[in-house]
Ligand binder design. Structure first.
Ligand SMILES: Cc1cc2nc3c(=O)[nH]c(=O)nc-3n(C[C@H](O)[C@H](O)[C@H](O)COP(=O)(O)OP(=O)(O)OC[C@H]3O[C@@H](n4cnc5c(N)ncnc54)[C@H](O)[C@@H]3O)c2cc1C
Length: 283
């Protein structure tokens, strides 16, 4: 199907993009177009104006800034998947995002702005405690990952704002992401996926963040599972306790890929897998 008619604006700076967004009744930013274009072709979304930021310079870098790694607005999934600067959880999530064509065009900021309930990198960004940097008509603001995901395909972004950077704190510890994809294995969106960051001190778990995707209406922190782990030695029984509390903080939703019971079961299975891998990486 063809999309409805729209005005196409290719900008060369973020200021220009913000101006274009502000002066249209209904405008959408396009970065990789991997989710926007299919939605427009299916007529699930019919913006009056598409603001293409693909030509804006300087947004395609991954930078080590000491206490955090900065991911520019146009860094693509394929670059995240192989970057030594990016924690394993996000690298893994990017490498399992779609197929090579999608990874060659799609951007991590695009995926995080899009906030699909079953996306991969959203869970990693949440578990890693990232900060989103957003530019709009009144300047720049920062939004913590904990406050970013509002609902299905709804983030804290205002319609005239652009996500220009994701900052990932550089912290000690190990990270991991694991999922069951809709087409089995790790292929396609997550039926259920879990990202984990685990820090250890003197043999016990001193801090931890665990995020679920594909299970509820948005990526969600599994606070019950975290509570079960902190202060323990990360033994099999501690991980089993955490897995049993995987969905305490989320309303599990049935969809075409599984019942509530199945998804809750998978969340537990993948909490166990992601935490075990993160602990092994933490050393
Ligand atoms: C065949 C196929 C398979 C896929 N499989 C997976 C999968 O397995 N796992 C997965 O997680 N995802 C999957 N995706 C989605 C893919 O990850 C997209 O690339 C990603 O969701 C959007 O990134 P994008 O840069 O293409 O954004 P776009 O498509 O350009 O934009 C998506 C949305 O985000 C907004 N947006 C984009 N960038 C910004 C920005 N910088 N600031 C503000 N708003 C912005 C747009 O306005 C739009 O609403 C798949 C997509 C396809 C087509």
């Amino acid at each position: 199907m063809y999309p409805r008619n729209f005005e196409y604006v290719a900008v060369e700076s973020i200021d220009e993009a913000v101006e274009a967004l502000s002066s249209s009744e209904f405008a959408k930013v396009m970065s990789g177009g991997m989710s926007l274009i299919p939605m427009m072709k299916l007529r699930l979304l019919s913006p009056e104006t598409v603001v293409d930021i693909g030509r804006v310079g300087g947004l395609d870098q991954i930078t080590d800034n000491g206490d955090h790694v900065s991911i520019g607005g146009l860094v693509r999934h394929r670059d995240i998947a192989v970057s030594e600067l990016v924690p394993q959880a996000l690298r893994q999530a990017a490498s399992w995002t779609g197929d090579p064509q999608v990874r060659n065009r799609g951007t991590t900021c695009g995926a995080v702005a899009h906030a699909d309930l079953a996306a991969d990198q959203t869970a990693a960004v949440l578990a890693l405690g990232a900060t989103m940097v957003v530019q709009g008509p009144s300047g720049t603001r920062e939004v913590l990952a904990d406050d970013w995901f509002v609902d299905t395909m709804t983030s804290a972004l205002e319609p005239d704002e652009i996500l220009t950077e994701i900052r990932i704190p550089q912290r000690a510890g190990g990270t991991a992401y694991d999922k069951l994809g809709r087409r089995g294995g790790h292929t396609d969106y997550a039926v259920a996926g879990v990202a984990a960051w685990v820090a250890k001190d003197n043999g016990s778990i001193s801090d931890c963040r665990i995020a679920l995707t594909g299970v509820g209406s948005k990526p969600t922190l599994a606070s019950g599972a975290v509570e079960a782990l902190i202060g323990t030695d990360g033994s099999e029984s501690a991980i089993a306790d955490a897995a049993a509390r995987a969905t305490e903080d989320v309303t599990v939703l049935e969809d075409l890929y599984g019942s509530e019971e199945y998804k809750a079961h998978l969340a537990g299975v993948y909490v166990k897998r992601a935490v075990t891998q993160a602990l092994a990486a933490a050393g």
